[in-house]
Design a protein around this ligand. Structure first.
Ligand code: MF3
Ligand code: CO
Length: 260
């Protein structure tokens, strides 16, 4: 069941998405070699609470952190830990903030210090594929048009798409219908309509598309242990247009010339 949002609800979504965007902006200031992911998690939790939000991942189906931490071969849903960031890592941070009952969901993959040209290219293509997906998110078209656009863009450049995880609708709940796969055929799936709030989140691998879930039941990594990148925006369809509710501006202002 797809819940279409009223203009008032979309205004609430904008506020939740602004807070999640500012949270990632705050974290950008702290990301460097030598920092533990647990420290980043604490900073995020305090920032969200100080700004009147609720860290929606924390406790979600037993998830133990505010942030999903995705270092190198981790695709999604890694735990914050005592792991210390190292020069050359790529660090995906995916988090959801609930504000006044509505959720904003966003992910950004950060370079830690200097990263290899191969990792840089992976991240750049993944981020670009998110915007290619957003371009394909046109009212009157279908969810499959988004999926196909993301897949085609990444595979043409020699990368593979993780198939087990998808984007999704969002609103009062962090995961609502419809599912938004990052692969598939054009012209299939639900029609994109005014009032939909959607998360598009390509998860793109340098090597094969295969993943494994670690014994903790959450951490998803590439089977071949090659790197994976992940970017996500929350969108709303308003008056026949697609509005991006989250923004990378706060992050990229901090990263300056170092962003991907
Ligand atoms: N953006 C992630 C997702 O859509 C958030 C997961 S929160 C978690 O899957 F608690 F499930 F980790
Ligand atoms: Co999501």
């Amino acid at each position: 069941m797809i819940y279409l949002k009223t203009p008032e609800e979309i205004e609430q979504m904008r506020k939740a998405c602004d807070l999640v965007s500012r949270t990632l902006g705050e974290l950008s200031k702290w990301i460097s070699p030598g920092v533990t992911t647990h420290k980043l998690d604490t900073i995020a939790r305090e920032f969200i609470l100080d700004n009147g939000g609720r860290p929606a991942c924390l406790g979600y189906q037993g998830f133990p952190g505010t942030l999903c931490i995705e270092v190198n071969e981790t695709v999604v849903h890694g735990f914050p830990s005592t792991y210390t960031l190292r020069e050359g890592d790529i660090l995906g941070i995916d988090t959801v903030v609930e504000l006044d009952g509505y959720n904003g969901d966003m992910c950004y993959t950060f370079p830690v210090g200097e990263i290899s040209p191969e990792k840089m290219a992976l991240c750049r293509t993944t981020k670009e594929s998110l915007y290619v997906g957003i371009e394909a998110c046109v009212p009157g078209k279908r969810i499959g048009d988004i999926s196909n656009a993301v897949q085609t863009y990444c595979e043409k450049r020699g990368y593979s798409i993780v198939r087990e995880m998808c984007g999704h609708g969002i609103g009062k709940r962090m995961h609502e219908d419809p599912e938004i796969p990052n692969y598939g055929r054009r012209g299939i799936g639900p029609i994109i309509k005014d009032g939909m709030c959607l998360c598009i989140e390509p998860m793109v691998n340098m090597g094969s598309r295969n993943i494994v879930i670690e014994r903790d039941g959450w951490t998803c990594r590439t089977r071949d242990r090659q790197p994976s990148a992940h970017y996500e925006h929350t969108l709303a369809i308003v008056d026949g247009h697609t509005e991006i509710l989250t923004t990378f501006d706060y992050v990229e202002e901090v990263l300056q010339d170092k962003f991907i």
